[in-house]
Design a protein around this ligand. Structure first.
Ligand SMILES: [Cu+2]
Length: 139
């Protein structure tokens, strides 16, 4: 069975702070989002901003072949999604060989979980180091 924990939805409970917060101060504003209910098996919706305040949200173990939708807002400064080439680049927030998957003109990005680990990060200055990253471990 797929628990809410596996799907990372607990990360959404980590919001705190009050509005309005200054732009880019990710430690101080609320990263809560209203995510849609999981409508079908094999689909996972994750708050792309949860990693700022929830270390557990930076890693997910999800079956290969499932789909993941990352959702965010650009209300407090924009975000994007980059694919990191390997764990080393992911750990170092090194975007030199990263591939842009979504820019800040959108607020969600959906992908299929591959057979091998996948590494994602936001490329906006300071965000990866601030925890806006996701390692997907398939099983
Ligand atoms: Cu970001």
């Amino acid at each position: 069975m797929r628990s809410a924990l596996l799907c990372g939805l607990l990360g959404n409970a980590a919001g705190f702070g009050s509005y309005p917060a200054p732009p880019e101060d990710h430690a101080d504003h609320d990263h809560d989002m209203d995510l849609p209910e999981e409508t079908e098996p094999g689909s996972h919706t994750l708050n792309w901003q949860a990693g700022f305040t929830d270390t557990l949200a930076r890693e997910q173990t999800i079956p290969a072949g499932d789909s993941i939708t990352l959702m965010w807002t650009n209300d407090y400064g924009s975000h994007n999604v980059y694919m990191m080439p390997d764990k080393e680049a992911f750990d170092a927030c090194d975007f030199s060989d990263a591939t842009m998957l979504a820019d800040s003109s959108v607020t969600e990005y959906t992908f299929t979980v591959a057979e091998e680990p996948m590494y994602f990060a936001c490329e906006i200055q300071g965000h990866c180091f601030g925890g806006q990253k996701l390692a997907v471990h398939p099983y």
